[in-house]
Design a binder for this molecule. Structure first.
Ligand SMILES: Cc1cc2nc3c(=O)[nH]c(=O)nc-3n(C[C@H](O)[C@H](O)[C@H](O)COP(=O)(O)O)c2cc1C
Length: 166
């Protein structure tokens, strides 16, 4: 078992594909689980947890994560750190871009240190609850319109996490 777990929920496969890219960038030091069929006992012992979700409805959490989040929030987070990445569509959903990140953040911010926050630079959208004072609560990604930027954004983010996961 590694120290890092990537927990993803996906509706159409995009989050899964990004989660696998994140796992590759950790070069064998991260395990990966779909929240659709993971149990709390499988993830309880990881020190560092990466949450990967997409945004549905208007700023809502991906369906499988919606079901799993109440259980996830009950983990004993002592000594752990969590980072969040959220997919969204900054063109079609420009006023609720990647807001699922905020849904996760709100559930856990008073229980665990949330790392992996990135500055709101290079994104084009109108509004998002997932930004505060120019900083996102995690990493937003847009596989619908900006898929060509994902690799660079992930590489930078994982380098950041390697420093914060200590
Ligand atoms: C019904 C529906 C609602 C969506 N709502 C939002 C939204 O409010 N904000 C946003 O940024 N993206 C929204 N999206 C875009 C998805 O988050 C995006 O396409 C994502 O890449 C899907 O990833 P997945 O297929 O792995 O779940 C929505 C997509 C669908 C189909």
């Amino acid at each position: 078992m590694n120290k890092i777990a990537i927990l993803y929920g996906t509706s159409g496969g995009s989050v899964e594909s990004v989660a696998k890219q994140v796992q590759d960038l950790f070069e064998g030091t991260a395990d990966i689980y779909n929240v659709l069929d993971v149990s709390l006992s499988e993830i309880q012992d990881y020190k560092y947890i990466i949450v990967g979700t997409s945004t549905t409805g208007i700023g809502d959490l991906q369906d499988d994560w919606e079901g799993f989040l109440p259980s996830f929030a009950k983990i004993d987070f002592t000594g752990k750190k969590v980072a969040i990445f959220a997919l969204g569509d900054s063109a079609s959903y420009s006023t609720s871009f990647a807001e699922s990140m905020k849904v996760v953040y709100d559930e856990i911010y008073d229980k665990v240190e949330v790392v992996g926050r990135v500055p709101d630079v290079g994104y084009t959208y109108d509004d998002s609850t997932a930004v505060e004072d120019g900083v996102w609560f995690g990493l937003p990604l847009d596989e619908d319109n900006e898929y060509d930027m994902t690799e660079e954004r992930l590489e930078k983010w994982v380098e950041q996490l390697k420093k914060e996961f200590v």
